[in-house]
Design a protein around this ligand. Structure first.
Ligand SMILES: [Zn+2]
Length: 695
């Protein structure tokens, strides 16, 4: 097999795709990843230089390489969250053999089956949105194309676009807004692009893509088949909850295409800045456009500039076949009232607002000048309500469930939400939510025991833990009770914004893997493990890259008695976890069989013991019975024994065949003498007793 693998490596190095008999699990993934990442870095560099010819050549090489095809297939079959959603072909998951045949058949072609539509509920509303699910073949092909296109465009994308890009998140966008307004109150255009991406100008997008003909044809077909249809283009719902619910993704490539379509907005705005009087560099810095997917803000201290920008952006979008959503477009000021608009705005679930403060609380400009206001970013009221409604519905649905189940379900929701907002001013929001949750829980507990006193109920469900008298926790589990997390227990830590134009394709693996561990939504557990593993997967030992999916694994499976402690935990890629779980399944089976065997043996041993005991007992019983019979016989002749002398008794005993009752093996002399001597007094007493009885 080793020979086979070496051959394979040689084969794909020579850029020829060849059908071989290698097995899926024997594919040298580490090597494949390195080869592909190296190509991607070269595409990124070529794109930075503006060397289009090299760029296209490398992209073609990448898309033809067996390595990239394997990785693309693995991405859609093993890494994708929607991996269990069937496409129009009704295929959900593939066996390893099918995966390999998919790899071998993966070619750019113009024949694409229409995407299958499923309607998924929009979180928090009754509305449903359509989601196009392409076929398995299409999904893999899209992943392949994305691998080639993403590095090219990552080199070009603007520094203040944050949505659906590797290594960037909402928190970076929020930090960018904070830096734009921290020393100056500004006017804001808070806008949303109407999500009518089905009306996007295909020609304009393809022109912008400016790629080689085969790829252009392929993307054209996808656009026609509806890869960009409906409203699924950007799943802007970024909450942990929605993600963990396993919302299937639409086309793998559609967010990238949408980002390409919207690329250039920031530069267009900067051009406006150049027309303003004053120093060019400062003007550019003072006017900013910060975009997350289809949601963006324009910030400047002069209202006329902002209004001018709005007009220019509308025009710019019009060329792309898009427009601003009037209901969600709003002009306001960060500090003062503007017209009917209250100060401040909401962005990605955060509320950004400046408050006037006195000289003691005010911050200062770098030159020492007083600002007179404070910038506060906090969770938005709407998102708080959505979150609390969710908490309330969980509590209600657990009316008759045990406390432990309720705590588990609540913890997952509370942790995710609190982590998302842990980079901003959230303390007040957290305590408010904790208070509301407490009231809801009190009602929950009271309803379960309406005949008991409040004190009794509180004592049953709340405990004192570490000085806090109001910890909702169960008492049964003794030493380690399951505690309900409090929002306010989340540590607030400022998020460090991603470096200007840095991209994961720049090859600075250490920067990116360290950054990953500091992401606010990465749990403490994951962050600790990442640090311990120095940013590498414990299975394949490659650095976790942005966009990789990972899972926490129990080194010794729980089913084999593995503990939920750090020394038994490790972080793995999702696909590596798949491999490990398969091995684990076998280990668990063997372990169980072994366990069964040991148990059966122990049981047999006990049976044997019991049988042996039974025999001993029976023998004992027989012996006892025998002794009793002897004693009875002896007793029957007691009076005779007392009346006869020694010689007479011996004759008598011999005649009746009597022996001593105890043991029956004593010598006759002993038999006679001992009991006689001992029994003298008792005999006398007995005789007198019997005489009295007779008298
Ligand atoms: Zn791995």
């Amino acid at each position: 097999m080793i020979w086979n693998v070496e051959l394979l490596v040689a084969v794909y190095m020579s850029k020829t795709s060849v059908k071989t008999t290698v097995e899926w699990k024997d594919i040298p993934w580490r090597k494949l990843e390195r080869v592909v990442f190296k190509l991607q870095k070269r595409i990124y560099k070529a794109s930075q230089r503006g060397d289009v010819r090299t760029e296209h050549r490398l992209q073609k090489t990448l898309m033809k390489s067996w390595a990239a095809k394997c990785l693309a297939v693995r991405r859609v079959t093993q890494d994708n969250q929607g991996k269990n959603t069937a496409g129009v072909d009704g295929i959900k998951s593939l066996t390893p053999v099918q995966r390999l045949s998919l790899v071998n058949n993966l070619e750019l072609n113009d024949k694409v089956k229409p995407t299958r539509r499923v309607w998924i509920p929009k979180p928090g509303t009754e509305e449903k949105r359509p989601l196009g699910i392409p076929t398995m073949n299409d999904r893999a092909l899209q992943a392949l194309v994305k691998m080639a296109l993403e590095p090219e465009w990552e080199a070009r994308f603007e520094p203040n676009s944050y949505g659906f890009r590797p290594g960037r998140s909402c928190h970076d966008a929020i930090e960018a807004i904070f830096s734009a307004i921290r020393y100056k109150a500004k006017y804001v255009l808070d806008a949303d692009i109407a999500k009518c991406f089905d009306r996007i100008n295909h020609e304009a997008l393809l022109r912008k893509l400016n790629t080689f003909p085969t790829l252009r044809r392929q993307i054209k077909v996808w656009l026609k088949s509806g890869v960009m249809d409906g409203k699924q283009l950007f799943t802007t719902d970024v909450s942990e909850a929605a993600r963990s619910a396993g919302t299937p993704q639409g086309g793998v490539i559609s967010p990238l295409l949408a980002n390409i379509a919207l690329h250039g907005m920031e530069e267009r705005i900067k051009q406006v800045a150049d027309t303003l009087p004053g120093r060019k560099k400062e003007n550019r810095k003072a006017l900013s456009l910060i975009r997350y997917a289809d949601d963006f803000v324009i910030l400047h201290e002069d209202i006329t500039v902002v209004q001018k920008c709005q007009g220019i952006i509308s025009e710019w979008l019009c060329d792309m076949g898009l427009e601003l959503k009037p209901s969600k477009t709003r002009l306001c000021h960060t500090l003062n009232k503007y017209g009917d608009s209250e100060p401040g705005f909401n962005f990605l679930g955060f509320n950004v607002k400046q408050h006037p403060v006195g000289k003691y609380q005010s911050g200062r400009r770098p030159n020492g000048e007083l600002l007179g206001f404070k910038t506060i970013i906090s969770p938005s009221k709407e998102k708080m309500k959505v979150h609390f409604d969710r908490v309330a519905s969980i509590i209600e649905s657990h009316n008759s469930a045990p406390q432990v189940a309720l705590v588990r379900n609540l913890n997952a929701v509370v942790r995710g939400w609190a982590n998302y907002y842990s980079t901003v001013v959230s303390k007040d929001a957290y305590s408010h939510l904790d208070h509301l949750m407490y009231q809801k829980l009190l009602a929950w507990a009271k309803r379960r025991h309406h005949k008991k006193s409040m004190e009794w109920v509180v004592n049953k469900y709340w405990q004192t833990v570490g000085g806090d008298n109001w910890v909702f926790a169960n008492r049964q589990e003794g030493e380690n009770p399951l505690l309900l997390l409090k929002h306010s227990a989340t540590k607030i830590e400022r998020h460090v914004k991603v470096k200007g134009e840095a991209s994961p394709y720049d090859g600075n693996l250490v920067y990116w893997s360290t950054r990953m561990g500091r992401h606010p939504e990465v749990s403490t557990r994951v962050a600790t493990l990442l640090k311990r593993q120095t940013g590498k997967c414990a299975h394949c030992e490659l650095f976790f890259k942005c966009g990789d999916t990972w899972e926490v694994d129990h080194e010794v499976p729980r089913a084999m008695g593995g503990k939920d402690t750090y020394d038994n935990l490790q972080m793995l890629h999702r696909h590596c976890h798949d491999v490990k779980s398969a091995g684990d399944a076998r280990r668990i089976r063997e372990w169980k069989a072994e366990n069964e065997r040991v148990k059966a043996e122990a049981k047999a041993e006990i049976e044997r013991q019991r049988a042996a005991n039974l025999i001993v007992k029976r023998e004992q019983r027989i012996k006892e019975r025998e002794e009793k019979r002897h004693q009875a016989e002896w007793d029957k002749h007691e009076i005779q024994r007392q009346m006869l002398d020694e010689v007479g008794w011996r004759i008598y005993a011999e005649y009746f065949g009597l022996a001593s009752p105890v043991g029956g093996t004593h010598e006759k002399s002993q038999v006679i003498e001992e009991p006689c001597e001992v029994k003298v007094s008792s005999t006398v007493l007995k005789t007198s007793g019997s005489r009295e009885g007779i008298a």
